[in-house]
Design a protein around this ligand. Structure first.
Ligand SMILES: Nc1ncnc2c1ncn2[C@@H]1O[C@H](COP(=O)(O)OP(=O)(O)OP(=O)(O)O)[C@@H](O)[C@H]1O
Length: 555
């Protein structure tokens, strides 16, 4: 055999081996493809079967408000929401309010209303994208980010065609999905600071920019649309509605300054009954007055009312009844371990050292703040004791917080100095200020109530039970403005007070729209005292009014 024949045989051999290799590869690919197709067909069959099964719409869906007019008690908030979003120039919005009072329900409906305005930039197809900030977790490497979107780098794409070709793939997030519509971020106060900064950038640029170490402008393999996204960003022009149960101070100022701030208020008991009645009508179930009464004692907000109706209606329907009875509702209360909604009310008796302060919890929940003060003469230097939720408080937000001496304590110290300077021997007493009922004392606004209570306890003059009060007291006896005055006036009225003393600087014409309570705006402590103390008792028991008044040199 000559050399040429040997080379031909070797070539033939390698030719056969290579041929066999590729034939095998092709065959295994075909087998793989067949297996995948078979598997996919099986899954499609399961999917089709699943789609055929459909239960009736859950009660919660049927109960949900279907128009803004069905959102009860939030007329002011809805008017502001309409003003912000239904015009030709919609704005970003933050909606504040306690849980379960209709923030999400209203946000979902306002876009539909905006679409009906011919001048609105929203179109029929404008999307409403909802995301919860508590679950919008992101990966620091940018692999997954449901809010902003992310880039799937080839290393994470596995064996996909793009991955094998080394092409990074941008994946849209909620900000781009909401393009041309509304992005609703529930619990926006819980958004991670990094996400918040990214969101601010998107609001500014109206697009989202992506980066990847795998991207190169020169790479000819990368399709045009991906080049476009990396060069120009992905459009993200939407209007933001953020909802939060936090206080405005807890929301980063940068986002607040870009948004219109809207407040939804706590629902009153009659409004909760109204929500419950409508909900039961929507599911064609009647409800007895006794059952509604039980519900009104236990439901704290619209969501709780609706949940209670759902459970009670399910029991009634199971027993083929169309009426929710008192015992159904009591069963719901018992099985859900609900505790009654106890709102403090004024005690109908003028008492020494017992004052009605006012507090705001959360963005718009007002409460009567009962304050008890006892003074005991002491031989040495007097002490101050404060009990209740007032000893120490944390300020700031989740990224930065500091603990500081409670403002309530600072307030009492100011009040003591003021009283001493006015000739009241407050320093000759051990003073105990108690805030019963577990309502936290907010800031210095309880100053007027504490000063009046300490005065009452030292002079043994009862305080009027029908009067509630709020205001910071300065060292010189001026009554300084405080926050949340309207909420506090409404809380005073709800608790049964018929008179309320507020700082003059807080008085607005809108206060007079609240009927059934007399409002007394004051500038000084001296002006406030005769409104707060029981003057009748004083004239009957002491015989002369001048004991009440402070020395003429005082504020
Ligand atoms: N003011 C209201 N009017 C009518 N229904 C209400 C009202 N408030 C709550 N509901 C009922 O409760 C459900 C839940 O309310 P929604 O989700 O809007 O509350 P939310 O204020 O957004 O609470 P969260 O802050 O917990 O998300 C609604 O679908 C609706 O059925």
């Amino acid at each position: 055999m000559d050399l040429v024949s040997i080379v031909v045989i070797i070539q033939l051999f390698f030719g056969v081996v290579i041929g066999l290799y590729f034939w095998n590869l092709l065959r295994s690919q075909r087998t793989n493809k067949n297996a995948i197709e078979k598997e996919s067909e099986k899954e499609m069959e399961k999917l089709r079967a699943m789609k055929k099964v459909q239960l009736t719409a859950p009660l919660s869906e049927r109960i949900r408000p279907s128009s803004l007019s069905e959102v009860i008690g939030q007329e002011d908030g809805i008017q502001a929401l309409r003003a912000a979003l239904c015009s030709s120039n919609p704005q970003h919005v933050i909606v504040y309010g306690p849980p379960g009072i209709g923030k999400t329900a209203a946000a979902r409906l306002v876009l539909e209303e905006a679409k009906r305005n011919a001048n609105s930039p929203f179109r029929e197809t404008s999307p409403f994208i909802e995301i919860d900030a508590t679950t919008a977790r992101f990966d620091e490497r940018g692999v997954a980010d449901p809010l902003m979107g992310s880039v799937h780098d080839p290393i994470y794409q596995g064996a996909g065609a793009m991955g094998q070709a080394g092409i990074p793939q941008p994946k849209r997030g909620a900000v781009s999905n909401a393009h041309g519509g509304v992005l609703f971020i529930d619990e926006i106060g819980e958004l991670h600071p990094i996400q918040m900064n990214k969101l601010l950038k998107v609001l500014e640029d109206r697009k989202v920019q992506y980066e990847s170490a795998y991207y190169s402008e020169e790479n000819k393999n990368i399709p045009t649309h991906i080049h476009q996204i990396f060069r120009n960003g992905l459009p993200a022009d939407f209007r933001l509605i953020g909802a939060t149960t936090r206080m405005p101070e807890e929301i980063p100022p940068a986002i607040r300054s870009r948004c219109l701030e809207i407040f939804f208020r706590e629902l009153e008991p009659e409004e909760i009954i109204n929500v419950a009645t409508r909900a039961s009508k929507k599911i064609n179930c009647k409800i007895s007055d006794d059952a509604l009464q039980v519900l009104s004692v236990y439901a704290r907000n619209g969501r709780e009312a609706v949940n209670m109706i759902q459970i009670a209606a399910s029991i009634a329907m199971k027993e083929a009844r169309d009426l929710i009875s008192q015992s159904d509702m009591e069963w719901v209360v018992d099985s859900s371990r609900l505790s009654p909604r106890l709102k403090p009310n004024v005690t109908p008796k003028n008492q020494i050292g017992k004052v009605n302060g006012l507090a705001v919890q959360g963005p718009s929940t007002g409460n009567l703040l009962e304050i008890e003060i006892m003074v005991l003469p002491c031989s040495d230097k007097g002490t101050i004791t404060i009990t209740g939720i007032a000893e120490e408080e944390t300020i700031g937000n989740q990224s930065k917080s500091i603990k500081r001496k409670s403002m309530a304590r600072g307030s009492v110290e100011n009040v003591m100095t003021l009283l001493k300077s006015l000739g009241i021997p407050a320093h000759e007493y051990d003073v105990h200020v108690n805030f019963p009922g577990g309502i936290p004392v907010d800031g210095p606004s309880a100053g007027l109530a504490m000063a009046s209570g300490i005065y009452s306890a030292i002079r043994k003059i009862p305080v009027r039970y029908d009067t509630a009060m709020t205001g910071e007291v300065s060292l010189y006896g001026e009554i300084k403005p405080i926050g949340g005055v309207l909420t506090k006036i409404k809380a005073a009225k709800q608790a049964g007070a018929t008179r309320v003393v507020i700082p003059k600087a807080n008085y607005q014409a809108i206060c007079d729209k609240i009927t059934g309570i007399e409002i007394f705006p004051v500038e000084t402590f001296k002006e406030a005292l005769p409104l707060i103390l029981d003057l009748k008792y004083l004239s009957e028991n002491k015989g002369k009014d001048d004991e009440l008044f402070l020395p003429s040199s005082s504020a």
